[in-house]
Design a protein around this ligand. Structure first.
Ligand SMILES: Cc1cc2nc3c(=O)[nH]c(=O)nc-3n(C[C@H](O)[C@H](O)[C@H](O)COP(=O)(O)OP(=O)(O)OC[C@H]3O[C@@H](n4cnc5c(N)ncnc54)[C@H](O)[C@@H]3O)c2cc1C
Length: 381
């Protein structure tokens, strides 16, 4: 039993949000995120070291009751506080205010034009003669993508990843604190947040596009040093380490989703009675192999993965050990790629043109082409 069971049964979590406006649903998710955060009362050190308490918080099934609240919480705790906690000097007060949820923390890494190749992101942080830093978005491809930066009641701050420019020299991508992003109601001058349309199939979070027009922040906002360092890529990978923790963390949260889904399917299958067409007698659908096989498979996978997730934490794997395991596994499999493809036994059924040069060339030749001088395009569509 998790100690969030009492919170899970309060009106805050039992309120049916589906009839609320988007704004009210988002506000409700922020309230829920705050309540879950307050219950777990993690310290900056818990988050920084991914302590057992932090790991346990990820396993809390309450996250599944509101996916939007879970998303907000993971950005706030893991990405924002986790990154600031790597550079705590002079940031103690800010960390305390974030941990107390007086502020909402965001994390602006991804740009529209730079997702997984974030190393090539284009937002700049230029050191000015005054000692301040000027954050600027040079073009639309450099707009920050996804973090929920629109004002939603709680004052917001962000860790913004930007290319540090000092005297015209590129010193690599560094995290910079943007305090404030907004005051809960109004954006800070020079910062724009464009609310994206809600993602299908999930609780709405105020995901947004964010861009900066020559926004000045104190020099102390830089997390880390002004120096270029010998290994720019290594430093970047180190600075975005919380993304790795977040990726693992979201997997653990998803396990609670499996717990919830297998519980609901099992309880329903036990409760639902139909008449068996062979015997003419009422029977719970759980007695049919179409129910019991998937339901029991889901419960077993959930319990095994849950035990594995606890064990994983105790293994004390370092980043280097994980990298080595992955490298060894891939190095062993890669030479066998052709035979693995054969084992799939699917080639004769594949019509997708992208699998061969010939297929692609003939596919392109067959595509309908519309030229600028075509008079009757509509009739050919
Ligand atoms: C719910 C949600 C919340 C988010 N919140 C935030 C946030 O708070 N802050 C933030 O900064 N971002 C956030 N993001 C953005 C997210 O981190 C990006 O979606 C992610 O970095 C991937 O970028 P992309 O979608 O542009 O994919 P792309 O970069 O276009 O990659 C698409 C696919 O191409 C392949 N690929 C691309 N490049 C490589 C490569 N070099 N090697 C191997 N394969 C490759 C992979 O299969 C990859 O999945 C969020 C996204 C979601 C869905």
């Amino acid at each position: 039993m998790h100690n969030s069971a009492a919170l899970a049964s309060t009106p805050l979590f039992h309120r049916n949000s589906s009839l609320l406006s988007r704004r009210d649903r988002v506000a409700l998710s922020y309230d829920r995120a705050k309540a879950i955060g307050a219950l777990h009362s993690l310290t900056a050190d818990d988050i920084l070291t991914v302590s057992p308490k932090y790991w346990e918080h990820l396993r809390d099934p309450i996250h599944v009751m509101d996916g939007a609240a879970a998303t907000l919480l993971t950005i706030h705790l893991n990405l924002c506080i986790g990154t600031i906690a790597m550079f705590p000097e002079g940031k103690e007060d800010l960390l305390e205010r974030l941990l107390a949820f007086e502020l909402s923390g965001q994390y602006c890494l991804t740009e529209v034009g730079h997702g997984l190749d974030a190393y090539h992101l284009e937002t700049t942080a230029t050191l000015l003669p005054t000692g301040e830093l000027e954050i600027n978005t040079p073009n639309e491809a450099a707009d920050k993508y996804m973090p929920p930066t629109t004002p939603a009641g709680l004052p917001g701050i962000a860790v913004v990843f930007a290319r540090l420019l000092v005297d015209g020299q590129d010193r690599g991508i560094k995290p910079v604190l943007l305090v404030p992003l907004h005051n809960g109601h109004k954006m800070h001058p020079g910062i724009t947040s464009k609310l994206l349309s809600p993602r299908g199939g999930s609780g709405p979070v105020d995901h947004a596009l964010t861009y900066f027009r020559h926004v000045r922040v104190p020099g102390s906002s830089l997390l880390g040093s002004l120096e270029k360092g010998a290994d720019l890529k290594g430093a970047f990978t180190h600075n975005i380490f919380r993304v790795v923790v977040g990726t693992l963390g979201m997997g653990i949260v998803a396990l609670s989703g499996m717990r919830m889904a297998s519980y609901i399917a099992t309880k329903y299958s036990m409760r639902r009675i139909v008449v068996d067409s062979f015997t003419g007698k009422p029977k719970p659908i759980m007695a049919f192999s179409t129910q019991k096989i998937p339901v029991l498979t889901a419960i077993s996978q959930t319990l095994v993965m849950d035990a594995f997730c606890t064990k994983l934490h105790h293994l004390g794997l370092t980043q280097e050990m994980q990298r080595k395991m992955e490298r060894d596994a891939i190095a062993a499999l890669y030479p066998k790629l052709e035979s693995l493809l054969e084992k799939l036994a699917i080639a004769d059924y594949v019509t997708a043109p992208i699998v061969s040069d010939e297929g692609w060339t003939s596919h392109i030749r067959e595509l309908p082409a519309f030229h600028g001088d075509d008079a009757a395009v509509q009739s050919r569509l």
